[in-house]
Design a protein around this ligand. Structure first.
Ligand code: PMT
Length: 325
């Protein structure tokens, strides 16, 4: 009885923290435009069986969120993520017949552009004559692939890309996406690979102007960002198949933490990865067991995301079947 009261009280505290996070967040400037794009995308992809457009839709989050330290932001705290995991996974989900909402940090890795050099504009192109620009031979295959596959996915209405920078933008857009995907039931999937800030400065207590360095050491109070995973699972999209990630640098605690996340946030899957080996191996943690997934080292350029997405699609299919009974 005491345990039940305690858990209800902590639930209540979480909801108060979430409300206070959203109430104090600076309003999304382009919310109407994002809602319109989501509406159009979901209408287009809610189609009859057999169509090329997917009846399954996944929201892939990618890249790290920032925490601004000033309202007219000059300085911010960042979270590590190159966006490679999200971009690669998006490609494999599209290949598996899913439509994808790609919620990504501006400036991070993009689907189909992973094999382009760091500065594609300057490195991939050269002047052919006074007025013409041509693709350098060395990069022509990669450029062709990026343009054709990316543009085909967008033109067919199978890929919607929505950018964020701050933790405020990320969580507000994630909520808009989740609420609009609610009606898809078990066909909706959330693949939360973004590295989300754990602490933030509430907007109302944030300095408006650039913090001056002449006034000695900086003393600043950061508040915990409420974990949105429980509210996503319970309130926003109760029927969706939800996958979160667990990143650690100490492999000894990784699986234990992933198990905890699975139970605490009632995720269907937690993908456990260690920072230094994340491109080689991940462990898919579910209530029915743990599955180690490795990149196929015998194939040049093989990604760990290929077998990972294959396994997750299988698990999602089983979940959709189960939800029918
Ligand atoms: O982008 P790459 O360079 O390819 O790297 C990929 C990756 C290592 C970033 C990715 O595979 C990964 O592990 N992403 C999750 C990193 C992370 O934030 O882990 P975490 O243990 O802090 O959070 C666990 C989960 O809780 C995440 O799914 C996150 O979306 C969620 N979270 C976190 C904080 C918070 N306040 N609310 C949340 O919902």
């Amino acid at each position: 009885m005491d345990a039940m009261i305690n858990s209800e009280a902590s639930q209540e505290t979480l909801y108060t923290e979430i409300k206070s996070f959203f109430d104090s967040a600076p309003p999304l400037r382009d919310a109407p435009d994002i809602s319109r794009k989501l509406d159009e995308f979901l209408k287009w992809n809610s189609v009859s069986p057999g169509s090329e457009r997917g009846s399954r839709i996944v929201c892939v989050t990618s890249g790290g969120t920032t925490v601004p330290l000033e309202q007219r932001c000059v300085r911010y705290i960042d979270n590590f993520s190159s966006g490679h995991r999200g971009a690669a996974s998006t490609e494999y989900f599209l290949k598996a017949g899913y439509s994808v909402i790609f919620l990504y940090r501006r400036g991070t890795c993009q689907p189909y552009c992973r094999s382009l050099p760091d500065d594609p504009l300057l490195e991939c192109f050269e002047s052919a004559s006074d007025s013409n620009i041509q693709v350098r031979q060395l990069h022509s295959e990669a450029v062709k692939r990026a343009i054709s596959e990316h543009n085909v996915a967008v033109a067919k209405g199978l890929l919607l890309k929505l950018p964020f920078t701050t933790i405020f933008e990320y969580l507000q857009i994630l909520q808009l996406i989740a609420l609009s995907m609610r009606s898809l039931g078990a066909h909706a999937m959330f693949y939360l690979a973004a590295a989300v800030s754990d602490f933030y400065v509430p907007w109302e207590s944030m300095a408006e102007h650039k913090i001056q360095s002449g006034s000695g050491p900086l003393d600043m109070r950061l508040v915990q960002v409420p974990k949105m995973l429980s509210v996503l699972r319970k309130e926003w999209v109760p029927m969706a198949f939800c996958i979160s990630f667990k990143l650690e640098t100490d492999s000894k605690i990784l699986l234990e933490k992933a198990d905890m996340a699975l139970t605490k946030y009632r995720m269907h899957v937690v993908v456990a990865n260690e920072l230094s080996t994340r491109k080689e191996e991940v462990v898919v943690v579910t209530s029915s067991g743990k599955f180690s997934v490795r990149r196929d080292k015998t194939q040049a350029g093989a990604d760990v995301e290929s077998p990972l997405i294959e396994l997750l699609v299988e698990k999602h299919s089983a979940y959709i079947e189960d939800s029918k009974s």
